[in-house]
Design a protein around this ligand. Structure first.
Ligand SMILES: Cc1cc2nc3c(=O)[nH]c(=O)nc-3n(C[C@H](O)[C@H](O)[C@H](O)COP(=O)(O)O)c2cc1C
Length: 369
């Protein structure tokens, strides 16, 4: 058995100090009727903070734009009652000794017209597509782009005012920001499409607007991924050089920490080295990086063919994770399904209570608190 103590060292990321390296991965839980995070959400996040998690990244929470949402009962990050709910969550997590960042989200083309409460509003996209090549969504105008940029900035400002410790911008998994980054969804011929640089412009504007809204000292995390929910094999960057081009502009725009979403953290990102996605990101930007993907579990989270829910998995060894952290490949590790099954995952691992770790089961998604 490996020594896991490195996971539980204090970490100083410059603008963000954490009691350990354990992050709760952002996970949509559909717990918020009327899009208000209420008592269930408060208790849910309280349990995760009490369980020893160093940094909680909340489920995706919609910025104040008419087409930001695509799912039932997800929390919004605007409006008095909703923000009051979020303030209670931040206060509760702090009372348990944890830290917390909201994941600011616009789901873009993942929205289907008819999703309530916005009804007929279509999915907003760079080029009318959600699935590459299939035009069946709304193509955003410059005014729409400006509105969404402003909505993210407002969310960032509110997060800071409510007492959150950081924000995470959701730039991953084929949602709106990623749709701009990815040529499979972005066929624009204006300033937001074409070259890697132009495809990154929307993300850059959002990051810069958030930075302007929160000031220099407030941490901004940016989550991104090669894979898309529309296409698990898709890639933003085929080579380290392409990845560097994408990352340099995001980093210069004001990202403090990159959250590098991978399905299996142990997989090398490019053939030329053993480094994973977070490892390459840290190497290319010099910024701290969070890894994620089947940590402490023996199967990744994408459903098996024919299934509609996240894949079940059994507890697995942490040896490879510890080896990579010890080599300083990345700084933090986000845990998803294993933390749904074990809200006290950090405490159990810190105490070497591996036999007490529960497997992840479908039922865990229904049984919240
Ligand atoms: C129920 C569920 C909901 C998720 N919702 C989000 C989300 O809102 N935002 C996000 O960036 N990723 C989301 N993800 C992806 C997770 O953050 C994480 O990257 C993924 O589950 C892989 O980690 P794991 O193998 O430890 O579960 C979700 C995953 C699950 C299982």
């Amino acid at each position: 058995m490996s020594d896991n103590s490195i996971l539980f060292h204090n970490v100083d990321l410059g603008k963000l100090q954490l009691k350990n390296r354990v992050v709760m991965a952002p996970m949509t839980r559909n717990l918020s009727p009327n899009n208000i995070p209420g008592e269930k959400s408060i208790e849910y996040y309280r349990q995760h903070a009490a369980g020893g998690t160093g940094l909680i990244i909340t489920e995706g929470t919609c910025v104040n734009h008419i087409a930001a949402n695509g799912y039932p009962d997800v929390p919004y990050f605007h409006g008095e009652e909703r923000l009051a709910g979020w303030k209670k969550i931040a206060d509760t997590v702090h009372a348990e000794g944890g830290k917390i960042a909201p994941q600011l989200w616009h789901c873009g083309g993942a929205r289907k017209a008819g999703t309530m409460p916005e009804g007929d509003v279509p999915g907003f996209t760079p080029s009318g597509m959600f699935v590459a090549g299939k035009v069946n969504r709304y193509e955003m105008t410059q005014d729409d782009i400006n509105d969404v940029v402003q909505a993210f900035a407002n969310g960032a400002k509110d997060a800071k005012a409510l007492g959150f410790d950081a924000i995470e911008i959701h730039g991953a998994h084929g949602y709106l920001i990623d749709q701009f980054l990815w040529e499979g969804n972005n066929q624009r011929d204006d300033a937001y499409g074409g070259s890697i640089e132009k495809r990154g412009r929307f993300a850059v504007e959002i990051i810069e607007a958030c930075r302007a809204a929160v000031g220099e000292d407030f941490p901004i995390l940016f989550r991104y991924s090669q894979w898309k929910q529309q296409d698990f094999t898709a890639r933003l960057a085929q080579t380290p050089a392409e990845l560097e081009q994408i990352l340099t502009q995001l980093s210069n725009a004001g990202v403090d920490v990159f959250h590098c979403s991978q399905r299996r953290f142990w997989e090398p990102e490019f053939e030329s080295s053993d480094l994973n996605f977070a490892g390459w990101t840290k190497k290319l930007t010099g910024k701290p990086a969070i890894t994620v993907g089947s940590v402490s579990l023996n199967a990744d989270f994408i459903p098996l063919p024919g299934e509609s829910t996240f894949r079940e998995a059994e507890p697995a060894s942490l040896d490879e994770l510890v080896r990579r952290i010890t080599a300083d490949e990345f700084d933090l590790v986000a845990v998803g399904r294993a933390m749904i099954a074990n809200p006290n995952w950090a405490n159990l691992v810190e105490q070497d209570r591996f036999d007490d770790l529960q497997p992840f089961r479908k039922e865990d998604l229904a049984a919240i608190v």
